[in-house]
Design a protein around this ligand. Structure first.
Ligand code: PMP
Ligand code: GLN
Length: 383
């Protein structure tokens, strides 16, 4: 058949994970924890199944989970979403992102994507018939940042959506309140009234050095025109469960639900009940930044003994490094060499650029047990 996504192959995450398995390398490539979740969460999900919560839930998700999400968002970010009309539980963030794009982007619409960008945005835009317009982040000693004037210059009458992602995969950079204010200043212009926002906040609970996650939900002016995306997979160490959620004003959510209901109709019931009960305790997500900061610090301390140059890592469970002191191979070739010859898998940052732009960087995932990180570090410091 004639492909609708002719330039798409397997994702870099699948490719590098397979290579890691093949070469028995320590897999710091694909982002997922190598440790289990809280056993209490497993009990709560099991109880939900035993109590008979095994049939279709309502299309937007079980009411108690939507209410719990509304309370969580209101408590953390001060925005009250209506659980009936403004929250949908999704099959991971990926499905939320796909449906948000399909419901809002018409053929020929332009969508602004800030690069490096997570890999699911561009194919979703392409399937909608949209035209991705990319803006590169700038990089200096402080790490990656968005130049908002550069982004503003890309807005045209055809711009339908701007996608932002903070904490950012792969760079680990986080947007500040001043960034959201700069974006709000741009979108407040009457000639930009047609522009919507998609804010991918799946790493909202992984922000380091005392910084706070600045959610679009906490910015009333931006929240009015935004789909905000989150994922329980990231927050509770259960990436394979694929449960996330989307919040948006009712007018946007009405359109979102039209696509959601014919994409998956709804998401598995027992996990939703289990998660709703588990969310009653705020500690697991409130302590997550400390938990991952300890891993980040351990990994960075180890890498500081190597020839890799560390970039700042303010959020997410990713650490980008500059390998120019070690090799002048292109990023993919270097990541493959690292996997095969050194025994540590990484992800080339070029995979997050449509053009495949090279910056001499690879990304490591530090959501691993200390013994895994220690094993990887032992190999990395010897190069
Ligand atoms: N957005 C970003 C930035 C991600 O890193 C990921 C997961 N790697 C997702 C979305 C998708 O999340 P989920 O697994 O919940 O679909
Ligand atoms: N989001 C994860 C990462 O960035 C991978 C998820 C996936 O494999 N699609 O590594």
């Amino acid at each position: 058949i004639q492909s609708r996504l002719p330039n798409v192959g397997s994702t870099i995450f699948s490719v590098m994970s397979a290579l890691a398995v093949q070469h028995k390398a320590v897999n710091l490539g694909q982002g997922f924890p190598d440790f289990g979740c809280d056993p209490h969460l497993l009990e709560l999900v099991t109880e939900a199944m035993q109590q008979g919560h095994n049939q279709y839930p309502p299309m937007a998700g079980v009411p108690v989970l939507r209410q719990t999400i509304a309370q969580k968002v209101a408590r953390l970010y001060g925005h009250q979403y209506d659980p009936e009309t403004e929250i949908t539980v999704t099959a991971g963030a990926t499905q939320g992102i796909m449906c948000a794009i399909q419901c809002s982007v018409h053929p020929g619409d332009e969508v602004i994507v800030i690069e490096p960008a997570y890999d699911c945005y561009l194919p979703a835009i392409q399937l909608a018939g949209g035209i991705p317009i990319t803006v590169s982040m700038e990089i200096n000693e402080q790490g990656f940042s968005v130049n908002w004037a550069k982004l503003a210059a890309k807005i045209t009458p055809k711009t339908r959506l701007i996608i932002i992602n903070s904490p950012n995969n792969p760079t680990g950079s986080v947007l500040q309140r001043s960034d959201l204010n700069a974006l709000a200043d741009i979108l407040r212009e009457p000639h930009n009234a047609h522009v919507l926002l998609l804010s991918d906040e799946v790493y909202e609970h992984m922000v380091y050095d005392g910084a706070q996650h600045v959610s679009v939900s906490a910015h009333p002016e931006l929240a009015k025109r935004a789909f905000v995306i989150s994922s329980f997979g990231k927050t509770f160490h259960v990436t394979g469960w694929k449960v996330g959620y989307v919040t948006a004003p009712a007018a946007l959510m009405t359109e979102f639900k039209k696509v959601h209901q014919f994409t998956v109709f709804t998401v598995n019931t027992p996990m939703q009940y289990g998660l709703a009960a588990y969310l009653q305790n705020t500690a697991p997500y409130e302590n997550l930044s400390d938990f991952y900061q300890a891993k980040r610090d351990y990994f960075r301390a180890g890498l500081s003994q190597s020839r890799f140059k560390l970039l700042p890592a303010q959020g997410t469970y990713f650490q980008c490094v500059d390998y120019s002191a070690i090799s002048d191979l292109p990023e993919l070739a270097f990541a493959e060499w690292l996997t095969k010859e050194i025994g540590v898998a990484a992800i080339p940052v070029s995979a997050f650029y449509r053009s495949g732009m090279e910056s001499g960087l690879v990304r490591f995932c530090f959501a691993k047990q200390e013994q895994t990180l220690a094993l990887a570090l032992e190999k990395l410091v010897r190069i």
